[in-house]
Ligand binder design. Structure first.
Ligand SMILES: *Cc1c(COP(=O)(O)O)cnc(C)c1O
Length: 458
Protein backbone atom coordinates (compact mmCIF):
# COMPACT_ATOMS: atom_id res chain seq x y z
CA UNK A 1 0.00 0.00 0.00
CA UNK A 2 1.24 3.50 -0.73
CA UNK A 3 1.75 5.76 2.25
CA UNK A 4 -0.70 8.68 2.70
CA UNK A 5 1.74 11.60 3.10
CA UNK A 6 1.01 14.33 5.62
CA UNK A 7 3.31 16.87 3.97
CA UNK A 8 2.31 18.68 0.84
CA UNK A 9 5.53 19.13 -1.10
CA UNK A 10 6.73 21.19 -4.04
CA UNK A 11 5.71 18.77 -6.83
CA UNK A 12 8.80 19.50 -8.94
CA UNK A 13 12.55 19.21 -8.80
CA UNK A 14 14.72 22.16 -9.64
CA UNK A 15 16.66 22.23 -12.88
CA UNK A 16 17.75 25.84 -13.22
CA UNK A 17 18.59 28.06 -10.28
CA UNK A 18 19.12 31.76 -9.81
CA UNK A 19 20.93 33.18 -6.76
CA UNK A 20 18.79 34.99 -4.18
CA UNK A 21 20.01 38.57 -3.87
CA UNK A 22 21.23 39.31 -0.34
CA UNK A 23 21.84 42.78 1.09
CA UNK A 24 22.61 43.94 4.59
CA UNK A 25 20.15 46.06 6.56
CA UNK A 26 22.52 49.03 6.21
CA UNK A 27 22.62 48.61 2.42
CA UNK A 28 18.83 48.41 2.26
CA UNK A 29 18.49 51.57 4.33
CA UNK A 30 20.58 53.43 1.73
CA UNK A 31 18.57 51.86 -1.11
CA UNK A 32 15.31 52.97 0.54
CA UNK A 33 16.54 56.53 0.98
CA UNK A 34 17.52 56.66 -2.72
CA UNK A 35 14.13 55.23 -3.76
CA UNK A 36 12.21 57.73 -1.60
CA UNK A 37 10.89 54.83 0.53
CA UNK A 38 8.87 53.63 -2.47
CA UNK A 39 9.37 49.91 -3.17
CA UNK A 40 8.51 50.36 -6.86
CA UNK A 41 11.77 52.33 -7.07
CA UNK A 42 13.90 49.46 -5.71
CA UNK A 43 15.80 47.29 -8.19
CA UNK A 44 14.88 43.61 -8.20
CA UNK A 45 18.56 42.75 -7.69
CA UNK A 46 18.27 44.39 -4.25
CA UNK A 47 15.22 42.29 -3.24
CA UNK A 48 15.64 38.90 -1.54
CA UNK A 49 12.00 37.76 -1.63
CA UNK A 50 9.88 39.49 -4.25
CA UNK A 51 6.18 39.30 -3.39
CA UNK A 52 5.24 42.42 -5.37
CA UNK A 53 3.07 40.44 -7.79
CA UNK A 54 2.25 36.94 -9.01
CA UNK A 55 1.83 38.29 -12.54
CA UNK A 56 4.41 37.19 -15.09
CA UNK A 57 6.74 36.00 -12.33
CA UNK A 58 6.19 32.25 -12.82
CA UNK A 59 9.08 29.82 -13.12
CA UNK A 60 8.51 27.96 -16.38
CA UNK A 61 8.95 24.22 -16.70
CA UNK A 62 11.54 22.29 -18.71
CA UNK A 63 8.70 21.33 -21.07
CA UNK A 64 7.85 24.99 -21.66
CA UNK A 65 11.47 25.99 -22.32
CA UNK A 66 11.88 23.01 -24.61
CA UNK A 67 8.76 23.87 -26.63
CA UNK A 68 9.95 27.46 -27.01
CA UNK A 69 13.02 26.15 -28.80
CA UNK A 70 10.98 24.32 -31.43
CA UNK A 71 8.38 27.09 -31.94
CA UNK A 72 7.42 28.02 -35.50
CA UNK A 73 8.00 31.76 -35.91
CA UNK A 74 6.13 32.05 -39.23
CA UNK A 75 4.22 35.33 -39.60
CA UNK A 76 1.00 33.65 -40.77
CA UNK A 77 -0.38 30.22 -39.96
CA UNK A 78 2.30 29.25 -37.44
CA UNK A 79 2.15 25.66 -36.18
CA UNK A 80 2.58 27.08 -32.65
CA UNK A 81 -0.65 29.06 -33.01
CA UNK A 82 -2.68 25.98 -33.96
CA UNK A 83 -1.22 24.09 -31.01
CA UNK A 84 -2.13 26.97 -28.67
CA UNK A 85 -5.59 27.32 -30.22
CA UNK A 86 -6.27 23.61 -29.77
CA UNK A 87 -5.29 23.74 -26.08
CA UNK A 88 -7.57 26.74 -25.42
CA UNK A 89 -10.45 25.14 -27.33
CA UNK A 90 -10.10 21.91 -25.36
CA UNK A 91 -9.84 23.77 -22.05
CA UNK A 92 -12.72 26.21 -22.58
CA UNK A 93 -14.94 24.69 -25.24
CA UNK A 94 -14.82 28.08 -27.00
CA UNK A 95 -14.11 27.81 -30.72
CA UNK A 96 -12.73 31.31 -31.38
CA UNK A 97 -9.30 32.07 -29.90
CA UNK A 98 -7.60 35.46 -30.22
CA UNK A 99 -4.10 35.82 -28.74
CA UNK A 100 -3.02 39.15 -27.25
CA UNK A 101 0.23 40.21 -25.62
CA UNK A 102 -1.35 40.36 -22.14
CA UNK A 103 -4.68 40.69 -20.34
CA UNK A 104 -5.19 44.43 -20.65
CA UNK A 105 -4.70 44.25 -24.44
CA UNK A 106 -7.55 41.72 -24.58
CA UNK A 107 -9.69 44.06 -22.45
CA UNK A 108 -8.95 47.10 -24.58
CA UNK A 109 -9.66 45.23 -27.80
CA UNK A 110 -12.99 43.77 -26.72
CA UNK A 111 -14.26 46.76 -24.73
CA UNK A 112 -13.40 49.35 -27.38
CA UNK A 113 -15.43 47.40 -29.96
CA UNK A 114 -18.33 46.24 -27.82
CA UNK A 115 -19.02 48.93 -25.20
CA UNK A 116 -20.34 52.46 -25.67
CA UNK A 117 -20.17 55.56 -23.47
CA UNK A 118 -23.09 55.59 -21.03
CA UNK A 119 -23.26 51.79 -20.72
CA UNK A 120 -22.63 49.86 -17.49
CA UNK A 121 -20.71 46.64 -16.90
CA UNK A 122 -21.23 44.75 -13.63
CA UNK A 123 -18.77 42.24 -12.12
CA UNK A 124 -17.99 40.86 -8.66
CA UNK A 125 -15.02 43.25 -8.48
CA UNK A 126 -13.40 44.74 -11.55
CA UNK A 127 -9.63 44.47 -11.60
CA UNK A 128 -7.80 47.86 -11.97
CA UNK A 129 -6.99 47.49 -15.67
CA UNK A 130 -10.50 46.21 -16.44
CA UNK A 131 -12.05 49.16 -14.64
CA UNK A 132 -9.66 51.66 -16.27
CA UNK A 133 -10.24 50.25 -19.76
CA UNK A 134 -14.02 50.54 -19.29
CA UNK A 135 -13.93 53.97 -17.69
CA UNK A 136 -11.75 55.52 -20.38
CA UNK A 137 -14.57 54.63 -22.82
CA UNK A 138 -17.15 56.37 -20.62
CA UNK A 139 -18.52 53.02 -19.39
CA UNK A 140 -19.36 52.61 -15.69
CA UNK A 141 -17.69 49.61 -14.02
CA UNK A 142 -19.94 48.37 -11.21
CA UNK A 143 -18.88 46.01 -8.40
CA UNK A 144 -21.59 43.63 -7.14
CA UNK A 145 -19.58 41.33 -4.88
CA UNK A 146 -21.49 39.63 -2.03
CA UNK A 147 -21.51 41.21 1.45
CA UNK A 148 -19.05 38.62 2.89
CA UNK A 149 -16.55 39.71 0.22
CA UNK A 150 -16.18 43.06 1.96
CA UNK A 151 -15.54 41.58 5.41
CA UNK A 152 -11.81 40.87 6.05
CA UNK A 153 -12.56 38.42 8.87
CA UNK A 154 -15.43 36.41 7.37
CA UNK A 155 -14.43 32.75 6.81
CA UNK A 156 -17.05 32.39 4.03
CA UNK A 157 -15.47 29.95 1.52
CA UNK A 158 -16.52 31.90 -1.61
CA UNK A 159 -16.11 35.58 -0.87
CA UNK A 160 -15.74 36.27 -4.60
CA UNK A 161 -19.40 35.39 -5.26
CA UNK A 162 -21.59 37.89 -7.08
CA UNK A 163 -24.66 39.19 -5.22
CA UNK A 164 -27.16 37.61 -7.62
CA UNK A 165 -30.18 39.43 -6.18
CA UNK A 166 -28.48 42.78 -6.81
CA UNK A 167 -27.42 41.61 -10.27
CA UNK A 168 -31.05 40.89 -11.18
CA UNK A 169 -32.32 44.25 -9.99
CA UNK A 170 -29.36 45.93 -11.69
CA UNK A 171 -30.19 44.30 -15.03
CA UNK A 172 -33.88 45.20 -14.62
CA UNK A 173 -33.04 48.81 -13.84
CA UNK A 174 -30.50 49.22 -16.65
CA UNK A 175 -32.16 47.05 -19.29
CA UNK A 176 -30.60 47.70 -22.71
CA UNK A 177 -27.58 49.49 -21.25
CA UNK A 178 -25.51 46.49 -20.16
CA UNK A 179 -23.40 45.11 -23.07
CA UNK A 180 -22.29 42.10 -20.96
CA UNK A 181 -21.85 40.87 -17.40
CA UNK A 182 -18.38 39.91 -16.13
CA UNK A 183 -17.14 37.78 -13.23
CA UNK A 184 -13.51 37.71 -12.12
CA UNK A 185 -12.23 34.24 -11.17
CA UNK A 186 -10.61 34.35 -8.69
CA UNK A 187 -11.64 37.81 -7.55
CA UNK A 188 -8.25 39.59 -7.64
CA UNK A 189 -9.38 43.04 -6.47
CA UNK A 190 -11.35 41.31 -3.68
CA UNK A 191 -8.36 39.45 -2.23
CA UNK A 192 -8.08 36.55 -4.69
CA UNK A 193 -11.23 35.02 -3.22
CA UNK A 194 -12.89 32.30 -5.30
CA UNK A 195 -16.35 32.21 -6.88
CA UNK A 196 -18.44 29.07 -6.27
CA UNK A 197 -19.82 26.99 -9.09
CA UNK A 198 -23.30 27.49 -7.60
CA UNK A 199 -22.82 31.24 -7.96
CA UNK A 200 -21.49 30.98 -11.53
CA UNK A 201 -24.52 28.84 -12.40
CA UNK A 202 -26.84 31.46 -10.91
CA UNK A 203 -25.13 34.37 -12.69
CA UNK A 204 -25.25 32.42 -15.94
CA UNK A 205 -28.97 31.74 -15.54
CA UNK A 206 -29.70 35.42 -14.84
CA UNK A 207 -27.67 36.48 -17.90
CA UNK A 208 -29.56 34.00 -20.12
CA UNK A 209 -32.88 35.25 -18.79
CA UNK A 210 -31.95 38.86 -19.57
CA UNK A 211 -30.23 37.83 -22.84
CA UNK A 212 -26.99 39.54 -21.84
CA UNK A 213 -23.63 37.87 -22.68
CA UNK A 214 -21.62 36.58 -19.72
CA UNK A 215 -17.81 36.91 -19.84
CA UNK A 216 -15.25 35.53 -17.40
CA UNK A 217 -12.13 37.47 -16.44
CA UNK A 218 -10.45 34.10 -16.09
CA UNK A 219 -6.78 34.85 -15.23
CA UNK A 220 -6.85 32.45 -12.26
CA UNK A 221 -9.33 29.89 -13.60
CA UNK A 222 -7.32 26.91 -12.30
CA UNK A 223 -7.01 28.26 -8.75
CA UNK A 224 -10.75 28.99 -8.80
CA UNK A 225 -11.54 25.46 -10.04
CA UNK A 226 -9.35 24.02 -7.27
CA UNK A 227 -11.16 26.01 -4.57
CA UNK A 228 -14.49 24.73 -5.92
CA UNK A 229 -13.15 21.18 -5.66
CA UNK A 230 -11.94 21.52 -2.07
CA UNK A 231 -14.52 23.94 -0.65
CA UNK A 232 -17.81 23.12 -2.43
CA UNK A 233 -18.77 19.71 -1.09
CA UNK A 234 -20.71 18.34 -4.07
CA UNK A 235 -17.73 18.79 -6.44
CA UNK A 236 -15.08 17.04 -4.32
CA UNK A 237 -14.88 13.99 -6.60
CA UNK A 238 -14.56 15.96 -9.84
CA UNK A 239 -11.25 16.85 -11.46
CA UNK A 240 -10.11 20.49 -11.53
CA UNK A 241 -10.13 20.26 -15.33
CA UNK A 242 -13.74 19.11 -15.38
CA UNK A 243 -14.77 21.90 -13.00
CA UNK A 244 -12.86 24.48 -15.05
CA UNK A 245 -14.69 23.26 -18.14
CA UNK A 246 -18.07 23.73 -16.46
CA UNK A 247 -17.08 27.28 -15.43
CA UNK A 248 -16.32 28.10 -19.07
CA UNK A 249 -19.48 26.26 -20.24
CA UNK A 250 -21.57 28.60 -18.09
CA UNK A 251 -20.21 31.71 -19.82
CA UNK A 252 -20.09 32.93 -23.41
CA UNK A 253 -16.42 33.78 -23.48
CA UNK A 254 -13.39 34.82 -21.47
CA UNK A 255 -10.59 37.34 -21.22
CA UNK A 256 -7.35 35.93 -19.86
CA UNK A 257 -4.01 37.27 -18.74
CA UNK A 258 -1.86 34.16 -19.11
CA UNK A 259 0.73 35.76 -16.81
CA UNK A 260 -1.14 34.13 -13.94
CA UNK A 261 -2.55 30.62 -14.46
CA UNK A 262 -1.06 30.42 -17.97
CA UNK A 263 2.25 29.88 -16.12
CA UNK A 264 4.10 32.24 -18.48
CA UNK A 265 5.94 35.53 -18.23
CA UNK A 266 3.93 37.25 -20.98
CA UNK A 267 0.74 36.47 -22.92
CA UNK A 268 -3.03 36.60 -22.92
CA UNK A 269 -6.07 35.85 -25.03
CA UNK A 270 -9.78 36.28 -25.71
CA UNK A 271 -11.84 33.15 -26.36
CA UNK A 272 -15.49 33.22 -27.47
CA UNK A 273 -18.17 30.63 -28.11
CA UNK A 274 -20.03 32.66 -30.75
CA UNK A 275 -18.36 34.02 -33.89
CA UNK A 276 -20.40 37.23 -34.26
CA UNK A 277 -17.79 39.51 -32.65
CA UNK A 278 -14.77 37.76 -34.16
CA UNK A 279 -14.28 39.51 -37.56
CA UNK A 280 -14.17 42.97 -35.89
CA UNK A 281 -11.90 41.73 -33.14
CA UNK A 282 -9.49 40.19 -35.67
CA UNK A 283 -9.41 43.37 -37.82
CA UNK A 284 -8.66 45.51 -34.79
CA UNK A 285 -6.13 42.93 -33.57
CA UNK A 286 -4.19 43.34 -36.82
CA UNK A 287 -4.20 47.10 -36.33
CA UNK A 288 -3.00 47.11 -32.71
CA UNK A 289 -1.43 43.75 -31.75
CA UNK A 290 -0.53 41.71 -34.81
CA UNK A 291 -1.72 39.08 -37.24
CA UNK A 292 -4.41 36.77 -35.74
CA UNK A 293 -2.04 33.79 -35.55
CA UNK A 294 0.38 35.56 -33.22
CA UNK A 295 -1.43 38.60 -31.76
CA UNK A 296 1.44 40.58 -30.27
CA UNK A 297 3.47 37.57 -29.15
CA UNK A 298 6.34 35.50 -30.48
CA UNK A 299 5.34 31.96 -31.43
CA UNK A 300 7.57 30.73 -28.59
CA UNK A 301 5.26 32.55 -26.16
CA UNK A 302 2.27 30.72 -27.69
CA UNK A 303 4.08 27.41 -27.16
CA UNK A 304 4.82 28.28 -23.53
CA UNK A 305 1.16 29.23 -22.95
CA UNK A 306 -0.10 26.04 -24.61
CA UNK A 307 1.89 23.96 -22.15
CA UNK A 308 1.31 26.22 -19.14
CA UNK A 309 -2.48 26.08 -19.56
CA UNK A 310 -2.28 22.29 -19.28
CA UNK A 311 0.34 22.10 -16.51
CA UNK A 312 -1.62 24.45 -14.27
CA UNK A 313 -4.47 21.93 -13.98
CA UNK A 314 -2.16 19.28 -12.51
CA UNK A 315 -3.78 18.65 -9.13
CA UNK A 316 -0.47 18.06 -7.34
CA UNK A 317 0.51 21.55 -8.48
CA UNK A 318 -2.82 23.07 -7.39
CA UNK A 319 -2.73 21.35 -3.99
CA UNK A 320 0.79 22.68 -3.45
CA UNK A 321 -0.20 26.17 -4.62
CA UNK A 322 -3.10 26.34 -2.17
CA UNK A 323 -1.00 24.82 0.63
CA UNK A 324 1.80 27.38 0.19
CA UNK A 325 -0.55 30.35 0.40
CA UNK A 326 -2.27 28.83 3.42
CA UNK A 327 1.10 28.03 5.05
CA UNK A 328 2.10 31.68 4.88
CA UNK A 329 -1.31 32.96 6.03
CA UNK A 330 -1.63 30.48 8.92
CA UNK A 331 1.99 31.06 9.94
CA UNK A 332 1.33 34.79 10.15
CA UNK A 333 -1.81 34.22 12.18
CA UNK A 334 0.20 32.11 14.67
CA UNK A 335 2.63 35.00 15.30
CA UNK A 336 -0.23 37.45 15.78
CA UNK A 337 -0.18 39.09 12.35
CA UNK A 338 -3.79 39.54 11.19
CA UNK A 339 -4.54 38.64 7.55
CA UNK A 340 -7.56 38.53 5.29
CA UNK A 341 -9.46 35.30 5.88
CA UNK A 342 -9.68 32.71 4.52
CA UNK A 343 -6.44 32.80 2.49
CA UNK A 344 -7.17 33.20 -1.23
CA UNK A 345 -5.20 31.66 -4.06
CA UNK A 346 -2.39 33.93 -5.10
CA UNK A 347 -1.64 36.24 -2.20
CA UNK A 348 -1.80 36.88 1.53
CA UNK A 349 -3.10 40.28 2.68
CA UNK A 350 -1.83 41.62 6.02
CA UNK A 351 -4.14 43.99 7.88
CA UNK A 352 -1.76 46.85 8.73
CA UNK A 353 -4.52 48.93 10.29
CA UNK A 354 -4.98 46.33 13.01
CA UNK A 355 -1.28 45.47 13.33
CA UNK A 356 -0.13 49.10 13.68
CA UNK A 357 -2.95 50.97 15.47
CA UNK A 358 -0.52 53.73 16.50
CA UNK A 359 -0.14 54.87 12.86
CA UNK A 360 -3.11 56.89 11.53
CA UNK A 361 -4.27 56.40 7.93
CA UNK A 362 -2.83 59.78 6.94
CA UNK A 363 0.61 58.42 7.90
CA UNK A 364 0.18 55.32 5.74
CA UNK A 365 0.40 52.28 8.09
CA UNK A 366 0.47 49.75 5.23
CA UNK A 367 3.30 51.62 3.50
CA UNK A 368 5.16 51.76 6.84
CA UNK A 369 4.86 47.99 7.20
CA UNK A 370 5.85 47.34 3.57
CA UNK A 371 8.93 49.54 4.00
CA UNK A 372 9.89 47.75 7.24
CA UNK A 373 9.49 44.31 5.61
CA UNK A 374 12.00 45.44 3.02
CA UNK A 375 14.36 47.30 5.36
CA UNK A 376 14.65 44.52 7.91
CA UNK A 377 14.19 41.39 5.77
CA UNK A 378 14.60 42.23 2.07
CA UNK A 379 10.95 41.30 1.39
CA UNK A 380 9.13 43.32 -1.27
CA UNK A 381 5.35 43.55 -0.94
CA UNK A 382 2.70 45.91 -2.23
CA UNK A 383 0.77 48.55 -0.28
CA UNK A 384 -2.98 48.43 -0.95
CA UNK A 385 -4.26 51.20 1.28
CA UNK A 386 -4.29 54.94 1.56
CA UNK A 387 -1.23 55.44 -0.66
CA UNK A 388 -3.01 53.66 -3.51
CA UNK A 389 -6.58 54.80 -2.83
CA UNK A 390 -6.42 57.71 -0.37
CA UNK A 391 -6.37 60.59 -2.80
CA UNK A 392 -9.51 62.02 -4.38
CA UNK A 393 -9.37 63.42 -7.93
CA UNK A 394 -9.54 66.92 -6.36
CA UNK A 395 -6.35 66.16 -4.42
CA UNK A 396 -7.87 65.88 -0.93
CA UNK A 397 -7.02 62.98 1.38
CA UNK A 398 -9.65 60.42 2.32
CA UNK A 399 -8.57 57.22 4.12
CA UNK A 400 -8.90 54.00 2.09
CA UNK A 401 -11.43 51.40 3.31
CA UNK A 402 -8.62 49.06 4.33
CA UNK A 403 -4.88 49.33 4.97
CA UNK A 404 -3.46 46.14 3.46
CA UNK A 405 -0.01 44.85 2.58
CA UNK A 406 -0.23 42.23 -0.15
CA UNK A 407 2.29 39.42 -0.32
CA UNK A 408 1.63 37.97 -3.80
CA UNK A 409 3.21 34.59 -4.37
CA UNK A 410 5.02 33.88 -7.65
CA UNK A 411 4.23 30.41 -9.00
CA UNK A 412 6.80 27.61 -8.52
CA UNK A 413 9.48 30.11 -7.43
CA UNK A 414 9.97 29.91 -3.64
CA UNK A 415 10.27 26.83 -1.43
CA UNK A 416 8.86 26.08 1.99
CA UNK A 417 12.25 26.92 3.56
CA UNK A 418 11.96 30.36 1.98
CA UNK A 419 8.54 30.79 3.56
CA UNK A 420 9.91 29.70 6.94
CA UNK A 421 12.57 32.39 6.68
CA UNK A 422 9.98 34.99 5.68
CA UNK A 423 7.70 33.99 8.57
CA UNK A 424 10.60 34.22 11.04
CA UNK A 425 11.41 37.70 9.79
CA UNK A 426 7.83 38.96 9.92
CA UNK A 427 7.37 37.49 13.42
CA UNK A 428 10.38 39.49 14.59
CA UNK A 429 8.91 42.69 13.10
CA UNK A 430 5.55 41.92 14.73
CA UNK A 431 7.22 41.71 18.15
CA UNK A 432 8.44 45.28 17.86
CA UNK A 433 5.39 46.62 16.04
CA UNK A 434 4.79 49.31 18.67
CA UNK A 435 8.06 50.99 17.61
CA UNK A 436 7.08 51.37 13.93
CA UNK A 437 6.35 54.89 12.69
CA UNK A 438 4.46 56.23 9.69
CA UNK A 439 5.56 58.16 6.62
CA UNK A 440 4.72 61.42 4.90
CA UNK A 441 4.44 61.87 1.13
CA UNK A 442 6.92 64.54 0.01
CA UNK A 443 6.45 64.30 -3.76
CA UNK A 444 3.66 62.78 -5.85
CA UNK A 445 2.29 62.74 -9.41
CA UNK A 446 -1.29 63.76 -10.29
CA UNK A 447 -2.60 60.18 -10.54
CA UNK A 448 -1.51 56.57 -9.85
CA UNK A 449 0.74 58.00 -7.19
CA UNK A 450 1.69 54.69 -5.60
CA UNK A 451 4.10 53.92 -8.45
CA UNK A 452 6.26 57.04 -8.18
CA UNK A 453 5.47 58.98 -4.99
CA UNK A 454 8.41 59.73 -2.68
CA UNK A 455 8.08 59.44 1.09
CA UNK A 456 9.93 60.54 4.22
CA UNK A 457 9.84 58.55 7.47
CA UNK A 458 8.30 60.40 10.41
C1 LIG B 1 -3.60 40.71 -14.20
C2 LIG B 1 -5.03 40.84 -14.39
C3 LIG B 1 -5.55 41.51 -15.51
C4 LIG B 1 -4.69 42.25 -16.51
O1 LIG B 1 -3.73 41.43 -17.12
P1 LIG B 1 -2.29 41.95 -17.57
O2 LIG B 1 -1.70 40.73 -18.21
O3 LIG B 1 -1.56 42.41 -16.35
O4 LIG B 1 -2.48 43.06 -18.54
C5 LIG B 1 -6.93 41.54 -15.66
N1 LIG B 1 -7.74 40.97 -14.77
C6 LIG B 1 -7.28 40.32 -13.68
C7 LIG B 1 -8.23 39.69 -12.72
C8 LIG B 1 -5.91 40.25 -13.45
O5 LIG B 1 -5.46 39.62 -12.36
Amino acid sequence: MTRRPRSIIEPFKIKVVEPLPMRTVAEREQILARAGWNLFGVRATDVTFDFLTDSGTTAMSAAQWGAMMVADESYAGSRSFYRFEEVVQRLTGYHHVIPTHQGRAAEHLLFSLHCKAGELVPSNNHFDTTRANLEQLGVTAVDLVCAEGKDLRSEHPFKGDVDVVRLESFLTEHRGKVPFVMTTITNNAGGGQPVSLANLRAVSAVCRRFRVPFLLDACRFAENAWFIKVREAEHRERSARDIAREMFDLADGCLVSAKKDGLVNIGGFIALRDGAWVPDLRSRLILTEGFPTYGGLAARDLEAMAIGLDEVLDEAYLAYREAMTRYLADGLMRVGVPTMRPPGGHAVYVDAHELLPQIPAAQYPAQALAVELYRAEGIRSCEIGSVMFGKRPDGTFVPAQMELVRLAIPRRVYTQAHFDYVLEGIAEIAERRATLRGLAIVEEPAFLRHFTARFAPL
